[in-house]
Write a protein that binds this ligand. Structure first.
Ligand code: ZN
Length: 164
């Protein structure tokens, strides 16, 4: 795919998910929840999800965030819904690796599918945390941490996800 095409696709996805964020709001009957903060940008997300037989039965996000964070969160909910907890955690890892440049999504195996539209953030250091925040928050929710922040991540390239 040419650079101009991927940039255009990226902008279309960001615009579309900001106009119509999917699974937006607070979920009734959530079994897991977490809040995520990105002080660098001011992003603040609340994530609620329901696990049923170890699969993500439903997942919602709401909050105040910039366009990249909101689009990433919205698309995340559509991709993670129906996945097992293990598959969801794998996507968290892969998205992080892609956004920080550790994963070469064009040459290495992964399960990111259309989420690769966010690969470009690795060239925008100040936006990496915005794109990753929803995924950090999902990880926190699945591991029963009530809140997470990107603040401790002095360098997003070298941030351990913790022991899942
Ligand atoms: Zn942001």
């Amino acid at each position: 795919m040419q650079m101009t095409d991927s940039k255009q696709l990226y902008q279309e996805v960001i615009l579309d998910h900001n106009r119509k964020p999917r699974n937006w709001g607070v979920l009734e009957g959530a079994t897991h929840k977490a809040e995520g903060h990105n002080p660098l940008c001011g992003d603040h997300l609340k994530l609620t999800l329901r696990l049923d037989k170890n699969s993500v039965d439903a997942i919602n996000v709401e909050g105040e965030s910039c366009a990249i964070c909101k689009a990433s969160a919205s698309m995340m909910t559509t991709v993670v819904k129906g996945k097992t907890r293990g598959d969801a955690e794998q996507l968290v890892q892969e998205f992080r690796d892609m956004a920080t440049g550790k994963l070469d999504h064009e040459h290495q195996p992964h399960h990111l599918g259309r989420l690769t539209v966010f690969a470009g953030v690795r060239d925008l250091p100040t936006r990496v945390k915005c794109a990753i925040l929803p995924w950090h928050t999902l990880h926190a929710a699945l591991n029963a941490q009530e809140s997470t922040t990107t603040e401790a991540d002095a360098d997003p390239m070298h941030t351990p996800l913790g022991n899942a």
